[in-house]
Write a protein that binds this ligand. Sequence first.
Ligand code: ADP
Length: 222
Amino acid sequence: MLNIILIGAPGSGKGTAAGLFKVEWGMVHLSTGDLLRSEIKKGSELGRFAASFLESGRLLPDEVMMQIMAERIRQPDARQCGVLYDGFPRTLAQAEAFDRMLAEHRQRVDGALMLDVAEEVILSRLTARRVCQGCGAVYNAIDRRPRQEGVCDQCGGAVVQRPDDTQETVRRRIATYEHDTLPVIEHYGRQGVLLKVNPGRELSTVVPAIRAWAQGLLDRRE
Ligand code: ADP
């Protein structure tokens, strides 16, 4: 059982990197952003609470987030194999509470991977990002448009801009990231479990480094 944290600014390519862990090592990809968006879609109590935070690009309160995660890691898929946490922990308080939570299950954070992407890359990528409302497929208004404008190639769903991908909210999300999440990176640096990579515009350039690092973690756990 391996716990890996994925850290990166919005639009740094966490979703793509997560795919690698899913495909190569069969890890569960737990994205708190996806989890909250699906609650909003369902119209659950949590979804109704979370909606205004997501729309404005602010973080949910730490206590709420810790409750959600305590519940989530009790589910069977998260207990069997390794989990890749994407979008959590996002504040130092969440990281410290998470360490305690894992310790209760005799686990710990084995590795933290940081995608260190320049701000101008992130800004241009996020404001051009389009997603399918049906299946979540990701497109790009500049170089990865669906074959038919606004219609998903894979499921025929509507391809739209995420409400929090507008210029103003993107800036807020980046500022929130810098303010709240940099202490999380330092926290894992102090624990000696951090790998920082700089993928620029292409994640593929750092895939070999990520692969070697993750394989090392897996070998050590077995
Ligand atoms: P991003 O593309 O900004 O990395 P995510 O999809 O990970 O965005 O998250 C979207 C939104 O969900 C955040 O802006 C925030 O409102 C909320 N959220 C996600 N994870 C957390 C967390 N760990 N703590 C607080 N809020 C969170």
